[in-house]
Design a protein around this ligand. Structure first.
Ligand SMILES: C[S@@+](CC[C@H](N)C(=O)[O-])C[C@H]1O[C@@H](n2cnc3c(N)ncnc32)[C@H](O)[C@@H]1O
Ligand SMILES: [Zn+2]
Length: 562
C-alpha cells in the first residue's frame, strides 16, 4: 500500500521516502546512489554556493550601478552640448529650467531598476538528483541547475525526484488547445559529464558554477570543468580517493591522476588538498585561467574544495612560485619545501610600473634530513598557496549564524568553518602526540606547545584537517627545538632506544633557544575551543564512499522499502 509523505504527497508503491532538509527522495533498489553521510557535504555546498552567488550578485550590481552612472553622466553631457549648439547664447531658457533638465537626466525620477543576477549551475554527476534539488530549493539566486548523470537508472531517479519535489517542467494548455512548456528549475540530462562540459566550453555557453561529486577521483572531469565555468565562476570538487591522495601506497596513480606524488606523514590530508588544488590550477592554466581557493576541506573519507576561476595571463604566470615539491623525512616527518620557481618584481623608474620576472629556483633542500639523518622522500609538485579565503569563510559563517536551523549539520559546519577561517597560510600541521612519538618523550599538552611557540614569537592556529593539531609560522626545526626545551624538564630514558633509533639523533641536537612554556593568553583562540568532529557521528550502513550504481535492481521492492 502506498504510504504518505510528511507533506501529504503520496509515496508510490515500492518506494521509501528519504527527506534531507527541504528535499524529498523516493528511493528504490538504487538506494546505493544516495549516501546520507554526505549530508554535511551537501549542507556545506548549499551554504558556500549561496554565499558565493550573493557575492557575485553584489559585484554585478556594483558594476551595473557604475555603468548606469556613467551612462547618465554621458547623457547629461551630450544634452548640454546639444543645447549649447542649438542656443549658444542660452537666451531662450531660464537658468532654473536648464538646471532641472540636467538634474532629471542625472537622477531620473523613474530610474531603471537592477534585476538580481541569477546564476546557472551544472551538476555533472547527479545520481538521485538530491544535490540539484536542494540547490534549486535552498539557493534563492539560482536560475537553473542541470542535473546530469550517465546512468539511465540514475536519470530515471532524477526525473522521479525532481517531479516529486515540484521542480519539473510545467505544461499549460491554452484555450486554443496549444500547449506551453515552462522549464522547471532543474533541467535533467543523460550523458557523459565530460561531453556535457565540453559542450559548454565556448565563452557564451559557459555556466556560472560546476559541481563535481563523483565516486572516487574527480581527476577525469577537471579539464572539462575548468573550461566550462565563466570568469568569476565557481568550481566545487569532491574527491573520495584518499587511499591514493593521502597515503603513499599508489604514488604512480596519484601522479597520473593529479600530476603530483602523495606523501606519508600526519599532514597527509592537507597535502591531499594541495594535490587536488595543483591538478585544478595546472589544468586551468593551460587555458589562460587561474584559480583562487575559497574553501578547501578534508572531511571524513573525502575532500571538498571550492575554487573561483578567472582568466588572467599574469596570474597564470604566478602559478610557478605557488607550486612546490616537498621532501619528507620518513622517520621524523620533517619536511622541506622546494618551490619550483620565484618571481622578481622590478620597478620601472620612469613609468612607475612594475615588471615581473619569473626565474627558476635554487635547490634549498639538504641531501638528508638535518634533524635525524634519514634519506628524504620526494612528494608533489603541489599547490603551496592559501587553501582558503578567510573573507569568504567569514561570510559563510555569517550566513550560518543567521540560518542555523536550515542545516541539519550546522554545528559541525560551524566548527569546521571556524577553524578554517583562522587557519594560518603555512604548509602543514603537526600534533604534539606524533612529534612526541618521534622523540620518545612524554606528550606535552597542546596549550604547552602553543604557548612555547607564541612565547618564541611565532604565530599559531589550528588545522581543520586534524583534531588537536597546530599550524605555525615556525619551521619544523623550531617546533623540534620547543620539544627539546620540553624534554629538558621531562627527560627521555635513552636506555630504551636502540642505537640506530632516529630519536637519538633528534635528542642529540641542542635547541637553538630555550622554550618558555608560561601560559600565553593567545594559546586559546576561538577555534581552539572547537571540538572538531573528524568523522561524522553515528555512521550508518551507508558509511563511507558510495559504490558505483549498476542500474540493475538488486533487491526486491519490499526489501528496499524495509
Ligand atoms: C557519488 S554519485 C553522485 C552523488 C550526488 N552528487 C549527490 O550528492 O547525491 C556519482 C554519480 O556519477 C555518475 N557517473 C559516473 N561516471 C559518470 C560520467 N562519466 N558522466 C556522468 N555521470 C557519471 C554515477 O552514475 C553516479 O550516479
Ligand atoms: Zn628526519
Amino acid at each position: 500500500m502506498a504510504s504518505t509523505s510528511t507533506e501529504g504527497v503520496p509515496v508510490p508503491e515500492g518506494f521509501v521516502l528519504h527527506t534531507e532538509n527541504t528535499s524529498h527522495l523516493l528511493l528504490d533498489a538504487n538506494a546505493a546512489f544516495l549516501n546520507p553521510v554526505q549530508e554535511f557535504n551537501r549542507d556545506l555546498s548549499v551554504a558556500s554556493i549561496r554565499v558565493w552567488s550573493e557575492e557575485l550578485n553584489r559585484k554585478k550590481e556594483e558594476q551595473w550601478r557604475k555603468t548606469q552612472e556613467q551612462k547618465l553622466k554621458k547623457k547629461a553631457k551630450e544634452h548640454s552640448a546639444k543645447r549649447l549648439k542649438e542656443d549658444p547664447s542660452g537666451a531662450d531658457t531660464t537658468t532654473q529650467s536648464k538646471e532641472a533638465e540636467t538634474e532629471e537626466l542625472l537622477a531620473p525620477s523613474n530610474p531603471p531598476t537592477y534585476h538580481p543576477y541569477r546564476f546557472t549551475l551544472l551538476e555533472a554527476l547527479s545520481a538521485t538528483g538530491l544535490r540539484s534539488i536542494r540547490y534549486a530549493k535552498e539557493i534563492p539566486l539560482l536560475k537553473q541547475v542541470v542535473a546530469n548523470d550517465l546512468s539511465p537508472a540514475a536519470v530515471e531517479a532524477i526525473h522521479r525526484n525532481v517531479n516529486y519535489n515540484g521542480l519539473g517542467d510545467t505544461i499549460t494548455t491554452a484555450e486554443d488547445g496549444s500547449t506551453k512548456v515552462t522549464p522547471g528549475k532543474v533541467k535533467i540530462n543523460e550523458g557523459d559529464a565530460c561531453s556535457l562540459m565540453y559542450q559548454h566550453r565556448e565563452e557564451r555557453l559557459r555556466v556560472d558554477a560546476i559541481d563535481l561529486d563523483p565516486y572516487g577521483s574527480a581527476a577525469p572531469f577537471i579539464d572539462g570543468a575548468v573550461q566550462a565555468v565563466k570568469d568569476g565562476g565557481l568550481l566545487c570538487v569532491t574527491c573520495t580517493d584518499l587511499s591514493v591522495l593521502a597515503t603513499n601506497n599508489y604514488p604512480e596513480k596519484c601522479y597520473s591522476n593529479y600530476g603530483g606524488v602523495s606523501l606519508k606523514a600526519e599532514y597527509c590530508h592537507e597535502a591531499a588538498l594541495r594535490l587536488v588544488l595543483h591538478a585544478i590550477a595546472t589544468s586551468a592554466a593551460r587555458y589562460g585561467r587561474y584559480v583562487k581557493p575559497l574553501l578547501s576541506l578534508s572531511i571524513d573519507f573525502y575532500l571538498r574544495v571550492f575554487v573561483q576561476i578567472d582568466s588572467s595571463p599574469m596570474e597564470v604566470k604566478r602559478l610557478l612560485p605557488k607550486t612546490s615539491t616537498i621532501y619528507v623525512c620518513p622517520s621524523c616527518q620533517t619536511f622541506y619545501d622546494q618551490p619550483l620557481g620565484r618571481v622578481i618584481e622590478k620597478l620601472h623608474e620612469k613609468s612607475g610600473s612594475v615588471n615581473y620576472l619569473f626565474k627558476t629556483q635554487q635547490n634549498v633542500v639538504p641531501h638528508k634530513c638535518e634533524e635525524c639523518g634519514t634519506g628524504l622522500h620526494v612528494a608533489g609538485p603541489m599547490w603551496n598557496g592559501p587553501i582558503h579565503d578567510s573573507n569568504f569563510v567569514e561570510k559563510v559563517l555569517g550566513h550560518l549564524e543567521t540560518n542555523f536551523d536550515r542545516y541539519g549539520t550546522a554545528t559541525r559546519m560551524k566548527g569546521m568553518l571556524t577553524v578554517a577561517k583562522e587557519e594560518l597560510n603555512t604548509l602543514f600541521y603537526f600534533t604534539p602526540a606524533t612529534i612526541s612519538s618521534f622523540f620518545h618523550c612524554q606528550t606535552p599538552s597542546l596549550d604547552n606547545i602553543a604557548s612555547g611557540l607564541l612565547n618564541a614569537g611565532f604565530k599559531i592556529s589550528r588545522s581543520h584537517a586534524a583534531p588537536g593539531s597546530l599550524k605555525t609560522t615556525a619551521s619544523i626545526v623550531d617546533v623540534h627545538d620547543i620539544f627539546r626545551g620540553w624534554i629538558k624538564n621531562n627527560p627521555v630514558n635513552l636506555d630504551k632506544l636502540s642505537i640506530n633509533s632516529p630519536a637519538r639523533a633528534l635528542l642529540a641536537k641542542e635547541p637553538r633557544f630555550l622554550a618558555d612554556f608560561t601560559r600565553h593568553p593567545d594559546s586559546v583562540t576561538s577555534s581552539s575551543k572547537v571540538k572538531l568532529v573528524r568523522y561524522q557521528e553515528n555512521p550508518t550502513s551507508h558509511w563511507g564512499p558510495g559504490r558505483k550504481a549498476t542500474g540493475k535492481r538488486k533487491r526486491s521492492d519490499e526489501e528496499a522499502a524495509s
